[in-house]
Design a protein around this ligand. Structure first.
Ligand code: ADP
Length: 399
């Protein structure tokens, strides 16, 4: 079975073509600047140099057509006919409380994703353009929607209801939804496999640390709490997002500077976090470099990030009443040796004995705790696309 996985943004489209007989990636690529000047498509056939083409791409339908053209190309292609494609899987950011698992796409599901647009006004419309473009270009191809929020639908009300009047939840669906669920589900399952233990028996804290970050309590394979919420701001310090702040701080800034919600939203999403604290960059590598040269605000940003991660690990261990593994993933989690070191060094009181000599890895699966550590500390590179491809097979293979 060959499965095309699509992740559609408002002006971009990322894709990977899987051969699911062995879960290998045959080709992948990125279409950028769709609908704007300077559009380009970068296509990589596995094992070959990337092929980059600059060409006008007015809309997502055209982008999908170009992707299919590349996949069929005599040189850089991997398909001899589109009939070889069995199905397409789509990453959808928000499934609201309606989608607790992946689903086959039909008109009802498209409507369901549209209904959730108010909860993810930037992402869901962009994700939907990918589905609609595929329906236009290949109407017969089975399609599956995989939601970033779905994995967290197992959270109990005590974790997802906010302490504002209950009607905001019951009437307006304002609650914690959580994100990065596809990634979290992958790394939690993979970590259990690596440990050779059934996931049902494990209490884990997963740390998805990228530009956007979230920490999740995974008890028995189910999400029971997560640090992102109704939106994508809360939790730990991120690249440009502030993480948890006292809501009064927000009210006070708005009042003091006469800001409207849109302006305040920009500050919280784009001008805060590691970038806002350091005044240098949102990229952790720049911050580590500046801190090493003695920049105090860069050092503060690092200290805050590490502290926030620790705080959540401790909180979630207590919330679950135990801890068997802490899992690091995404850009910083997979590559940030220094951050992992600082987080893991004094977790012995929790039963986690760090092994610094095992921590020198980037982007590789690795146990970074000592052999006699009761709690496993682990690096598990994420693979959201593979989860989407697997769900796509699961929901379409019967045909
Ligand atoms: P996104 O949330 O955009 O998917 P990523 O998962 O790609 O983000 O993570 C991006 C972050 O990973 C950046 O802050 C980047 O600095 C960090 N990162 C990538 N490589 C390294 C590295 N070698 N050392 C430290 N941080 C790294």
């Amino acid at each position: 079975m060959k499965v095309l996985v699509l992740n559609c943004g408002s002006s971009s489209l990322k894709y990977q073509l899987f051969d699911m007989s062995d879960e290998s990636v045959l080709a992948k690529g990125l279409v950028e600047r769709i609908g704007i000047e300077g559009a380009r498509i970068k296509h990589v056939k596995t094992g070959m140099e990337p092929v980059v083409s600059d060409l006008p791409i007015p809309n997502h339908k055209k982008a999908v057509e170009f992707v299919l053209e590349r996949l069929l190309d005599a040189q850089c292609g991997v398909l001899s006919s589109l009939d070889e494609l069995s199905a397409a899987g789509h990453r959808i950011v928000h499934g609201g409380d309606r989608f607790a698992s992946s689903v086959r796409v039909d008109a009802e599901v498209v409507k369901g994703i549209e209904d959730v647009v108010p909860l993810a006004p930037l992402h869901n419309p962009a994700n939907l353009t990918g589905i609609k473009a595929m329906i236009e270009v290949l109407p017969q191809l089975p399609q599956v929607a995989v939601f970033d929020t779905a994995f967290h639908q197992t959270m109990p009300p005590k974790a997802f209801v906010y302490g504002v009047p209950y009607r905001y939840y019951s009437e307006h669906k304002i609650r914690r939804y959580g994100f990065h669920g596809t990634s979290t589900s992958y790394v939690a399952n993979r970590a259990a496999e690596m440990l050779g233990r059934p996931i049902e028996s494990l209490k884990m804290v997963t740390c998805h640390l990228g530009n956007g970050s979230s920490i999740t309590a995974v008890d028995g394979g189910r999400s029971v709490d997560t640090s992102l919420g109704f939106g994508t701001i809360p939790g730990i310090l991120m690249g440009t997002r502030c993480g948890d702040v006292d809501p009064v701080v927000i009210l006070s800034i708005m009042e003091e500077e006469g800001l409207d919600p849109k302006e305040m939203s920009h500050i919280l999403h784009k001008e805060s976090g590691v970038f806002g604290i350091s005044g240098i960059s949102s990229d952790l590598r720049d911050i580590e470099e500046a801190a090493a040269k003695g920049n105090e605000r860069a050092q503060l940003a690092l200290d805050m990030l590490v502290y926030h991660i620790k705080r959540y690990i401790g909180a979630y261990a207590a919330a679950m009443g135990g801890l068997d593994a802490v899992v690091f993933t995404a850009g910083i989690g997979e590559n940030g040796i220094q951050i992992r070191d600082a987080v893991c060094r004094d977790l012995e009181f929790l039963g986690a004995k760090f092994a610094p000599e095992k921590n020198k890895v980037r982007g590789e699966e690795q146990l970074i705790s000592a052999d006699d550590s009761r709690v496993a500390l682990m690096v598990v590179p994420t693979n959201e696309e593979l989860v989407i491809a697997r769900d796509t097979v699961r929901l379409t293979a019967a045909e």
